[in-house]
Design a protein around this ligand. Structure first.
Ligand code: BYC
Length: 325
């Protein structure tokens, strides 16, 4: 991908501010909420950060489904902690989005009305307990690949949220891999369950990185602004290179006949994900889209009384404080 600078001065923009912004981005300094920023930069961040927040919250569902039937107290405690972490990640990210002048309640409305996206990966079902391990290994592994570079994203609140999130994601990935190692040491039936889960989650995990660079409308500008630090295809390659030796150690086969080491490139070659399926899932027609959003909507509606009570409590204390001033 060719290098571009943080250009695109919108008509009428304050040129001096724009120059300062460009210089900060070029020097790898952070843009903070009170700094001047181009409107398109702000809009891009609102889009990416809020979609990311939605993904964390919707991402609680496929694994949350297994909390009640996790096979031991230890597995239940680990899974509970992990799902709770995802809720925390959503909160950090909604808070980061709010520093850009949007309202979390409005973002939630956009999600439950289907006006905003969340990661395609969470529109697939988690059919067996092996899925919990594979989500940890592959989905969280892909998330780490994608998110570690975002710790250097140019927008301060986003980059700082990512530092904390990545630390927790790495625990999540290890718990998934450990679970799978235990299952692979178990019965033939357990090993088959793991392989089946790998077969179902491998391609959707590759799709998490987004469309190929040539078809990614946002990558070029987001890289110029240093919101994104790597392209979708570069991160996808990094993930494949990282996962192949892990799969070998685990004793599972990745479901791609084209997967082969390429000594010349120093990377694994791999097949093309099904981009037609990706587009369907992203546009709302995946196996679980309707269910995921309906459940999020129901939880939101069920929680209305909590939000009302918290608002009433805050108001009461605010008036008491004002009365004493
Ligand atoms: N799914 O120009 P592109 C997690 C959309 S949380 C759905 O390449 P961009 C976890 C894209 O939004 C995982 N939509 O976009 C949580 C854009 O749409 P619009 C979430 C996708 O933004 C709980 C259009 O396609 N991670 O891991 O430059 C438990 C064109 O794409 C997807 C993040 O959100 C997709 N996979 O690059 C366990 C990370 N891919 O809005 C795990 C932060 C693309 O223009 N986000 N689209 O209509 C990013 O790094 C970037 O936003 C992406 C996409 C790489 C995802």
């Amino acid at each position: 991908m060719s290098t571009v600078t943080a250009q695109e001065t919108p008509p009428g923009a304050d040129l001096e501010h724009q120059a300062e912004f460009d210089a900060k981005v070029a020097a790898d300094q952070r843009i903070e909420p009170r700094d001047w920023m181009p409107e398109a930069y702000r809009r891009t961040l609102v889009r990416q950060v809020s979609q990311h927040a939605h993904s964390e919250i919707i991402g609680m569902q496929p694994e949350g489904d297994w909390i009640a039937s996790a096979p031991s107290l230890r597995r239940k405690a680990i899974l509970l902690a992990k799902v709770q972490d995802e809720a925390g990640h959503g909160l950090y990210l909604y808070a980061a989005a709010e520093t850009l002048g949007v309202d979390r309640a409005d973002l939630t409305e956009r999600l439950i009305e289907g006006r905003q996206k969340y990661s395609s990966i969470f529109n697939y079902p988690s059919l067996t307990f092996a899925d919990v391990g594979v989500i940890g290994w592959l989905v969280d592994g892909a998330a780490i690949c994608n998110q570690v570079p975002l710790c250097r994203s140019s927008f301060g609140p986003y980059s700082r949220a990512m530092v904390r999130i990545c630390k927790e994601e790495s625990f999540h990935q290890r718990q998934g891999y450990e679970l799978l190692m235990r299952m692979m040491e178990g019965t033939e039936g357990q090993r088959r369950m793991v392989q089946d889960a790998v077969d179902r989650w491998w391609w959707p995990s590759l799709m998490m990185f987004g469309p190929p660079d040539a078809e990614s409308p946002n990558t070029r500008q987001s890289m110029a602004w240093r919101i994104k630090r790597d392209t979708n295809d570069d991160l996808r390659q990094k993930f494949v290179d990282m996962s192949v030796p892990q799969a070998e150690k685990l004793g599972v086969t990745l479901p791609d006949p084209e997967l082969a080491w390429n000594g010349e490139r120093g990377h694994y070659d791999f097949g093309e994900p099904d981009w037609v399926e990706f587009k369907q899932v992203v546009s709302g027609a995946g196996p679980k889209n309707a269910e995921r959003v309906a459940r999020r909507r129901a939880a939101h509606e069920k929680g209305a009384w909590v939000r009302e009570a918290a608002t009433a409590y805050a108001r009461k204390h605010q008036s008491a404080e004002e009365a004493t001033v």
